[in-house]
Design a protein around this ligand. Structure first.
Ligand code: WT7
Length: 630
C-alpha cells in the first residue's frame, strides 16, 4: 500500500505480511465493492458451496427486511465440514482443544464431520426438525461446536446461552425461543473451580415449560441429577445405533434461519437476534479471510466464548468455512498462572490471536515477565474486539505480545452485524485505538441529532448506510421491535447504538454506547437486566444500574437500590444482593458496588435518569435537569 501521509501515531505491517495477504490489493477490492456491491458479494459467495445458485444477490424490495442470495440453496454446516472432507483437508486438524485442567483433544475435519453427523442423527431421533429451536448451554468444550453444527446440519435453529449466565437468564431464553431440547454440560472448569451448569439448568427448567429433552455432556464427572424421561447422557446416546456416522444434510434456503442469539438492548428483555444460513455464511467467511488473513498452515485462536457472537462467527463458523485450524481453550486466562495463554501459544504454535482489550489490560497488570518467558515468535497477526482499546493497551499488546512485528486488527462489530464492520486488513496503516475504516462494500456515517453528517473529529451517532450480507434479519418473534430499535431513529439507516467520531483520514474512533447498554469486560449487559434482577429480591423496591470506568473491565456496574420500607440497610444485604444478581443473571452481572438510596432521580414520567446518577458518581455536572421530578 502506498504510504500516504497519515495524521497521528501510525503503524505499518511488514512488506512480507502484506505481500502474502489475501487482501493484498485491499484498496482495489474496496473500490470494486464500491462500484458494484452485489458484484463483490457474489464473487465472495462463489467461493462457497451452493446446492442451487441464487437468483438475486440483494433483495431490498421490503426494507429494512433485506434478503440476500434469494433463491439460493446451501447449508452452512455442509460448507464448514463436507466441503473440506471431500478434499485434502479431510485429515487436517479442524479443532485443537485444551481444558483448563490440561486435558487435550483434537479433531480432524473428518472427525468433526463424523461426530457432527452422529449427533445430528441423535437430535433427529428425538424429533428435532427443521425450524425447531434448540438451546445450548455449556462451557468451552468441543461438544458445544458439535452441537451447533449438528443443529445447522438438520436445519434446527440453535440458541446458545453463554455458560457464564445463570438461572433467570437461561430461563428467559428457553422460554422466549420455545426450545424443545436443551443441550447442557454437567459443568465446566473455571479458575480451578467447577461451575455446576446442569444444576443451574435444572433450576431454570422448573420455570420453563417447553423443553422435552435435556442432553447432558459429561465434562466434570461430578454427580448430577438426571430426571427420568427427560434427561439423557450425550455419550450414551452417541453409542446407540441411531448415532450413524452419516447424516444427510438439510438443503436450506439462503434466508432460512441459522441461529438466535440473545443480546441486551435499550429496554426490557434481551432480544433474540436472528441470523441466516446464506448471507451470514458469506459475510463471516469473507471477513475472516481478509481481516485475519488465514492461510492453510495457520493455527488461529479466537479466545472469546462461543456463547457470544464473536465465538459463533469467529471460533465456530468463520474458521471452519475457511478450512482453518482453530484452537479452543476452556478455562480462565491466568489459571493456574498468568502465563497460561503464552504457554499455549508456544505449545501449539499459534499464528493469530484474537482477544479483547479487557484481557490485555488484565495481563498487563502482571507485567512483562510472564509473556517474556514464552516463545511467541509463531504469532503473525493479533486482533482486538469488544470495546475501544486504549492506546497503552494497544502498544503493550503490539510490543510485548507481537514483538512489534504483528499488526493488530481492531475489529468493530456487533451481535446484530454478524461479521466485522469496521476493520483493517494487514496492509492498512494502523492507529492505536481505531478499527480504521469499514470493510469492503460497507458505508458508514456519523450523524448529529438531526440525521446530518458531522464534520471531522465531531462526535455523533454511528450509523451504517448500506446493507451487508450477515446483517440480522429481524428480532425473533418481534419484527416491530426490529424496525423501531434499529431503523427508526434515522429512517432507512441502521442505528448502531454507539457514538463515534471520524478523523481527517476517515478513520473511525468509537466512543461508547449511547443507550442503556453497559460493556463489562467486553460483555454486553443491559441496565434493565441488572435492575430487574435486583428488584426480584424481596428486600428491594427499586434499582438503577450504571456503568462507571474501570481499569481492567472497561466499565464496572454500580447499582443504586431503594429498599422496601422497614428493611434495614447493611453490608450483609449488599453482599446478598450481589449474590442474588449473580444467581439470576450470572457472575458477570454482579454489581461492583451497591449503594442504598432513599430516592432515585426520575423524570416526571417516572423514568430513572441514569445519566444524573452517572454524573454524580463521576463528580461531573449532571447537565440539563429540567425534566427531573424533584
Ligand atoms: C458493541 C457490540 C461483536 C463483537 C463483540 C461484541 C462494542 C465491539 C468494538 C471495537 C470499540 C467495540 C460497541 C458495539 N464494540 N467491538 N473494536 N471497538 N467498541 O458484540 O456484544 O453485540 O457488542 O461492542 O459498543 O456496539 P456485542
Amino acid at each position: 500500500m502506498e504510504k500516504k501521509e497519515f495524521s497521528g501515531e501510525v503503524y505499518y505491517a511488514s512488506e512480507k505480511i502484506v505481500d502474502n495477504a489475501h487482501g493484498k490489493n485491499w484498496e482495489e477490492i474496496c473500490k470494486s465493492a464500491e462500484d458494484s456491491l452485489e458484484g463483490f458479494w457474489a464473487k465472495e459467495a462463489e467461493e462457497l458451496h451452493w446446492f442451487k445458485k441464487w437468483d438475486k444477490v440483494l433483495d431490498d424490495s421490503n426494507k429494512p427486511f433485506y434478503k440476500w442470495f434469494t433463491g439460493g440453496q446451501t447449508n452452512i454446516a455442509y460448507n464448514c465440514l463436507d466441503r473440506h472432507t471431500e478434499t485434502y483437508r479431510r485429515n487436517k486438524l479442524a479443532l485443537i482443544w485444551e481444558g483448563e485442567n490440561g486435558d487435550f483433544r483434537s479433531f480432524s475435519y473428518f472427525a468433526l464431520r463424523r461426530d457432527t453427523c452422529r449427533f445430528a442423527n441423535v437430535l433427529k431421533s428425538l424429533g428435532v426438525k427443521k425450524g425447531d429451536r434448540v438451546t445450548i448451554y455449556m462451557g468451552r468444550i468441543p461438544e458445544l461446536m458439535i452441537a451447533m453444527l449438528a443443529c445447522a446440519r438438520i436445519g434446527a435453529i440453535h440458541s446458545v446461552v453463554y455458560g457464564g449466565f445463570s438461572v433467570e437468564a437461561l430461563h428467559e431464553r428457553l422460554e422466549d425461543s420455545q426450545s424443545k431440547v436443551l443441550i447442557v454440560s454437567d459443568g465446566s472448569f473455571q479458575r480451578g473451580k467447577t461451575v455446576y451448569l446442569k444444576q443451574i439448568a435444572d433450576e431454570a427448567l422448573q420455570r420453563a415449560a417447553t423443553v422435552e429433552s435435556v442432553l447432558v455432556v459429561k465434562r466434570t464427572g461430578e454427580p448430577v441429577n438426571m430426571e427420568a424421561g427427560r434427561d439423557m447422557w450425550y455419550h450414551e446416546l452417541m453409542k446407540l445405533p441411531i448415532a450413524n456416522n452419516n447424516c444427510n444434510v438439510e438443503v436450506m434456503d439462503a434466508e432460512d434461519p441459522l441461529f438466535l442469539l440473545y443480546t441486551s438492548g435499550t429496554t426490557g428483555k434481551p432480544k433474540a437476534i436472528l441470523h441466516t444460513h446464506g448471507g451470514y455464511m458469506v459475510g463471516v467467511h469473507s471477513t475472516l479471510k481478509y481481516v485475519f488473513d488465514i492461510h492453510e498452515d495457520d493455527r488461529y485462536w479466537c479466545a472469546a466464548d462461543p456463547g457470544w457472537i464473536t465465538g459463533h462467527s469467529y471460533i465456530v463458523y468463520g474458521p471452519l468455512l475457511n478450512g482453518a485450524t482453530s484452537f479452543m481453550y476452556e478455562g480462565a486466562p491466568t489459571h493456574p498462572f498468568p502465563h497460561r495463554w503464552w504457554q499455549m501459544i508456544e505449545k501449539y504454535g499459534i499464528n493469530i490471536l484474537y482477544t479483547a482489550p479487557t484481557a490485555i489490560r488484565g495481563f498487563m497488570k502482571y507485567g512483562d515477565n510472564w509473556p517474556n518467558r514464552s516463545d511467541l515468535s509463531s504469532l503473525r497477526l493479533l486482533g482486538s474486539v469488544g470495546e475501544p482499546i486504549n492506546p497503552e493497551a494497544w502498544r503493550w499488546y503490539h510490543k510485548i505480545i507481537g514483538k512489534e512485528k504483528c499488526p493488530i486488527m481492531d475489529t468493530w462489530w456487533q451481535t446484530e452485524t454478524g461479521m466485522f464492520i469496521i476493520a483493517p486488513t494487514p496492509g492498512v496503516p494502523l492507529k492505536p485505538g481505531s478499527g480504521t475504516k469499514p470493510f469492503a462494500g460497507i458505508k458508514m456515517d456519523i450523524f448529529n441529532e438531526d440525521g446530518k453528517s458531522v464534520g471531522p473529529n465531531e462526535e455523533g451517532y454511528l450509523v451504517i448506510t448500506t446493507p451487508w450480507p450477515a446483517m440480522l434479519r429481524t428480532i425473533y418473534n418481534d419484527p416491530d421491535r426490529y424496525v423501531s430499535q434499529y431503523w427508526s431513529r434515522f429512517p432507512g439507516v441502521y442505528m448502531t447504538g454507539d457514538s463515534a467520531r471520524r478523523d481527517e483520514d476517515g478513520y473511525f474512533w468509537i466512543i461508547g454506547r449511547v443507550d442503556d447498554v453497559i460493556k463489562v469486560s467486553g460483555y454486553r449487559l443491559g441496565t434493565a437486566e441488572i435492575e430487574s434482577a435486583l428488584v426480584s429480591h424481596p428486600a428491594v423496591a427499586e434499582a438503577a444500574a450504571i456503568g462507571l470506568p474501570h481499569e481492567v473491565k472497561g466499565n464496572a456496574i454500580y447499582a443504586y437500590v431503594t429498599l422496601k420500607t422497614g428493611i434495614e440497610k447493611s453490608e450483609k444485604l449488599i453482599e446478598e444482593l450481589r449474590q442474588h444478581v449473580g444467581h439470576e443473571v450470572g457472575p458477570i452481572a454482579k454489581p461492583e458496588h451497591i449503594e442504598f438510596t432513599d430516592l432515585l432521580p426520575k423524570t416526571r414520567s417516572g423514568k430513572i435518569m441514569r445519566r444524573v446518577l452517572k454524573a454524580k458518581a463521576l463528580g461531573q455536572d449532571p447537565g440539563n435537569l429540567s425534566t427531573l421530578e424533584e
